[in-house]
Every structure is written in C-alpha cells, then in structure tokens.
Design a protein around this ligand. Structure first.
Ligand code: HEM
Length: 394
C-alpha cells in the first residue's frame, strides 16, 4: 500500500519545568559546577575513568601511571631545589652543601630527587620490557612506541645533566669522561664536545649549559612528548594480552584505578624510604687541577663504561657510538623491523631472542660495572678506561 504523506505536526513542545535541585544548581552553581560549565572537566575525567580495559589487563599496565607520578614528583622536588641552587662553579657546591646541611628538609628533598631519578630509570626500563614482550608496539601503536623511545633518551639526558650540578669531584670527573665520550664520534666529535662543554675544558659554561638544559629545555621537551604519548595511549587504547582473553572490556574505574593506586603508593613509598635511609652524599668540591680522582658515572651508564674498558685501543668508537647508536636506532625502528602481524612471542621468535640477548648483555655489563668500578675517590687511577678517555687530555 502506498504511504500517505500527512503534513508534519508542529514540533515545538513545551519545555518541562526544571526540577527544584536543577534550578538551584543553575541559579546558584557550586564552584565545581561553575568550572565544569566553562571547562567541561568532568566530561574529561569521566572519559578517562570509563577508558575500556581489555580483559587480562592488570598489574603490568600500572607502570605507565607510576612513571607519570614519579615525573610529577621530580618536577616538584626539582623546583624546590632550584630555589636554593646557584649554577656557577664558585657557588654551586656551596649551595648544594647548604641545601643538604642547613635548609629545613633540604637533605630529604634532595634525596627524593636523587633516588627518584634512579627509580624512574628502573620503572622506565620495566615499562619498556613490558611493552616489548607484549608486542604492544605493533600497529596502530608504532608512534606511541617511537615517542616512548624519545622520552627514554630524554630521561637519560636529564640524569647526565643533573649529575654535574652538585659540582663535587664525582660530578666533575664523571662529566669530564662523559663529554670526552661524545668527543670520540668520528668527524663531528670535537665540535660536539665543544658544544656540550662550551669550551675545551669542563668549566663554568658547561655548568650553565647543563643547568639550562636540565631545568628548561629537557622539562619542556619531556612535557610535550609525555603529553603526546598519553594522547596516543588514549587514542589507541591499551592493547590486551598477547592471547585475547574471554570477556568484555571493563572501565578503568574502579578495578584498574585501584591497582594503579596501590603501585603508585608502593613506588612512592620506596622513594621516600630510600631518601630517608640513604641520604645523598656530597664529595669534596670539584678540583679541575687534580689528576688522580677515579670517576664513576651513574650506575645505569656503567654498562657502557664497562664496554669501553674492554675495547682494544683505537676501537673506542665501537663502544661509544656504534653499539649504543645501533641499539637506539634498532629501538626506534623496532615496529618496522618486527614485521610479524602477531604479537605472540612464539610467532616473533627472532626479535624476542635478539631483544633478550641484548637485554641480558646490558644487564651483565651493568652488573659487572657496578661490582668492578671502584667507588669514586682518590688514588684509584683511571679504573681501566682507555688512555684517550682518561684525564688530563694531552
Ligand atoms: C615519561 C615516561 C612515560 C610515561 C609517563 C608513560 C605512560 C604510559 C601509560 C600511562 C601507558 C598506559 C598504561 C601502561 O601500559 O602502563 C603507556 C603505554 C605505552 N607506553 Fe608508555 N610511558 C612512558 C614511557 C614510555 C617509553 C620509554 C616507551 C617505549 C620506549 C613507552 C611505550 C609505550 C607503549 C607502546 C604503550 C602502549 C602499550 C599498550 O597499549 O599496551 N612508554 N605509557
């Protein structure tokens, strides 16, 4: 039967009277309502609390939020330290000594910052390992991974630049060796070293350059890349386990939020304990004219340091550039090197075997470095470093 078209009825319907509590909210909004009307923040919070978690997601997926919290704390403690710190060779050491010995809670805040940086490196490595073994870097999360690799390098740069700031013997000589490593890069090496040091020697310009990078450039870059990382994580959602599990996705709140909160509180508790139990040390003030101070870089650079020690003369560049550069490039290109569409470890055996071998090698070299590099101090010589990297430069 053909449809009979009738003229439309007028669509204007009477607007229902608002309920009394709605009228109250509209006429006298609370601060929260007032802000929500303008910012729409409650919608944003709601969206994040409702973020779907595939079945099988659990404790391993808490590391990202632990990292985020640790980073926020690093900003807070770093800001507190910067209010007392003075970045010049004549004052840097004295200002850190003042913070450590005289400022109320100064030693504790410095401890939180120093131990926080170590815990951040450990948690970042665990987060990377989780993503690597789960194959979560595969399509469509390639960029999430690439941005993560950039963040990892930024975190290492934070550590390298921060290490010099106390301007004590340990800081000074580790930076002498570290910057000389940059100098071994073929062709561009010397120019690179001059750029980092601000001259031929580690001195006042090195300190101001490291300070400016540590408190301005690196935080700005880290904020941009972390924001991008989190945006991408939300856009593509968290990947489920390698073998999909039965069940429907559940919202982030309450189960995953609870797990995140437990891990965040536990992680922060560890940092607080370390800061209280092992307050950060300060060696004697940097003495650029001294010749017998054994440098010792941060523990996570000791693997590289160890590699450098076993390199035959003339092949230092293999340890300073070829191997670390190859690993960094391999990490950046990982989503395209591992072309298997499956995330299951059994179906991407070569990358799992290669990745595990590299991880074990780094772990063994780091452990060897920790056990065999003498503590920083006088009289231990150059601790086996190639002559080209020992000081003073001929
Ligand atoms: C500032 C440091 C970082 C922060 C705050 C951060 C934060 C997060 C968060 C909150 C998640 C979702 C929850 C989780 O999987 O734990 C995540 C996932 C992810 N992260 Fe990171 N991350 C950081 C560093 C890195 C690094 C260094 C890499 C790799 C080199 C990386 C690669 C990834 C990838 C590929 C995912 C997606 C995982 C999946 O979907 O299962 N992240 N990150």
């Amino acid at each position: 039967m053909p449809t009979i078209l009738t003229p439309e009825e007028p669509t204007v319907r009477p607007v229902p009277e608002p309920k009394p509590e709605e009228r109250l909210r509209r006429d006298r909004p609370s601060l929260g309502d007032w802000l929500d009307l303008r910012l729409g923040w409650w919608g944003f919070v709601r969206k994040n609390l409702d973020e779907p978690m595939p079945p099988g997601v659990g404790w391993w997926q808490t590391l990202g939020n632990l990292l985020l919290t640790l980073l926020v704390f690093q900003f807070v403690t770093g800001f507190a330290l910067a209010m007392y710190y003075s970045p010049s060779p004549t004052d840097a050491y004295r200002s850190v000594k003042h913070i450590t010995e005289e400022v109320t809670l100064g030693s504790f805040v410095r401890g939180l910052h120093v131990w926080g940086s170590t815990v951040i490196v450990i948690v970042t490595v665990l987060h990377i390992l989780r993503v690597f073994f789960w194959g979560s870097y595969k399509k469509p999360r390639e960029l999430t991974w690439v941005v993560g690799v950039i963040i990892f390098n930024l975190i290492l740069a934070f550590s390298f630049t921060g290490y010099l700031l106390p301007w004590d013997q340990k800081a000074y000589w580790a930076t002498v060796v570290g910057t000389r490593i940059a100098g071994t890069v073929p062709v561009l090496g010397h120019a690179l070293m001059l750029l980092i040091r601000g001259g031929e020697e580690v001195g006042a310009l090195t300190l101001t350059r490291f300070y400016a990078s540590h408190v301005m450039l690196l935080p700005a870059l880290l904020m941009v890349f972390t924001g991008l990382h989190l945006y991408l994580v939300r856009r593509h959602h968290i990947a489920g386990p390698v073998l999909p599990q039965k069940g429907r996705p559940t919202p982030f709140y309450p189960v995953q939020l609870f797990k995140d909160a437990v891990v965040v509180l536990g992680g922060m508790g560890i940092v607080v304990y370390l800061a209280l139990a092992f307050p950060p040390a300060l060696e004697a003030m940097a003495d650029p004219s001294g010749t017998d101070f054994a440098p010792r870089p941060e523990w996570y650079f000791l693997g590289l340091y160890e590699l450098l020690k076993i390199m035959p003369a003339g092949y230092e560049v293999v340890a300073t550039l070829v191997i670390p550069g190859g690993i960094s490039l391999g990490m950046l290109l990982l989503p395209w090197l591992d072309r298997s569409p499956s995330r299951h470890p059994a179906r991407r055996q070569w990358i799992i075997v290669l990745g595990t071998a590299i991880i074990l090698l780094i772990a063994i070299m780091t452990l060897k470095g920790i056990l065999e590099t003498p503590p920083p101090g006088h009289g231990s010589g150059h601790a086996g470093l190639p002559v080209t990297l020992d000081r003073p430069l001929a």
